[in-house]
Design a protein around this ligand. Structure first.
Ligand code: PLP
Length: 229
């Protein structure tokens, strides 16, 4: 069993928390972390955890407290929606109408709504996922609108990942661009204002830039749990 360094974890967690304004939601990214590490952070009062891999999520959920809010932040395939949807509080990486179709089907069958974020491709790497800006525009402002088309999917906002670069100006430009989209959709899009509130940008390496660029939700792994093995 992995031994958790509780005091180091507490110090790193307090440091990250202190760097974030109160209105920003901190999602602790726990991919590859042991159940013991997650439980230790839970015991410090934390409730929002992010996982990337459906299989890993399924293994961890039953071993941890039921009031954890699980965020799915990885790339989601349609075949995994049925496993991920029932246990998640928010699904961040939704990037196609076909995936929405599958979510709608599964959510409807469970007689519930699923909360999601639309992932937008803002970085330069072609390996990254997400709607292009043109697709985002079509998706959001197209007809019939997303509320009519997917009534069991509650679209709460946007998620993005900046280019993996050491140039802070480029990261800031990409984040601000996504914030502009977020504002434009809030102002002109079909969603109720109190629903479309989340802008999920910022990870350990670029969280300070994300805070300056209007983030409302950051996804932090390394800065809380230490380097991944
Ligand atoms: C792993 C991951 C993170 C966290 O990255 P850190 O550098 O460990 O903070 C955030 N978002 C996504 C989508 C990730 O896959």
């Amino acid at each position: 069993m992995a031994i958790v360094d509780h005091s180091a974890l507490a110090v790193r967690y307090a440091t990250v928390k202190a760097s974030l304004p109160d209105h920003i939601t901190l999602v602790a990214v726990s991919k590859t972390r042991s159940v013991e590490e997650i439980q230790a952070l839970y015991d410090l009062g934390h409730r929002d955890f992010g996982e990337n891999y459906p299989q890993e999520l399924r293994e961890k959920v039953p071993l941890l407290p039921p009031d954890i809010r699980w965020h799915f932040i990885g790339h989601l395939q349609r075949s995994n929606v049925k496993h991920v949807l029932p246990v998640c509080h928010l699904i961040h990486g939704v990037d196609s109408p076909k995936l929405m179709d599958e979510m709608e089907k599964r959510a409807k069958a469970l007689q519930r709504n699923v909360s999601i974020l639309l992932q937008v491709h803002i970085g330069q790497e072609t390996t990254k996922h997400g709607f292009t800006e043109e697709e985002l525009k079509q998706f959001t402002f197209g007809s019939p609108d997303p509320i009519e088309r997917w009534p069991h999917c509650t679209i709460r906002g946007l998620m993005g990942m900046a280019t993996n670069t050491s140039d802070p100006d480029q990261i800031a430009r990409e984040f601000r661009n996504l914030n502009d989209w977020h504002q434009a959709i809030r102002t002109h899009g079909p969603f109720p204002l109190e629903q479309f509130t989340v802008l999920s940008i910022g990870m350990s390496s670029d969280v300070d830039i994300a805070v300056k660029s209007g983030t409302t939700m950051v996804r932090i792994g390394t800065a809380i749990f230490g380097e991944r093995a």
